[in-house]
Ligand binder design. Sequence first.
Ligand code: MG
Length: 166
Amino acid sequence: MSESRVGLGIDVHRLVQGRPLILGGVAVPFERGLLGHSDADVLVHAVCDALLGAAGLGDIGVHYPDTDERFRGISSLLLLEDIVRKVQGSGHEVVNVDVTMLAERPKLAPHFPAMRANLARVLQIGETCVSLKATTTETLGAVGRGEGIAAWAVCLIREAAGCRDT
Ligand code: MG
């Protein structure tokens, strides 16, 4: 029987002046951007951790430490691409991902189509299998004060077709 496995990924990054805001590989026009060693793409990082979690392969910090200069400023989509290879190497394929971003501003929904296309391409799944959502926190907490953006992702992976015995 085909085995399915679920994974959860959560990430938070601080919003600062002088950085571009990259989410799902898309440059979102905004007066501040997310701080981080890579491009700080909080959406992609949450998806990375969800995939690694599903495959039982640890987390993004283990594979791409922020002490490693090779990853400075890197597009997080490249990290996700590498993780997809690791997931495939474990004999699995991605079924779907569902993401909720928490951000007081800016409005993210207009950028969902471009983000979804990027994620679907890298995950090698159809765009209908990439769900993106966003919510504010009604001005509550650090996200509500606009200090950062958070993302939660869940994903499902299953044994790749060639590995199934039924
Ligand atoms: Mg991160």
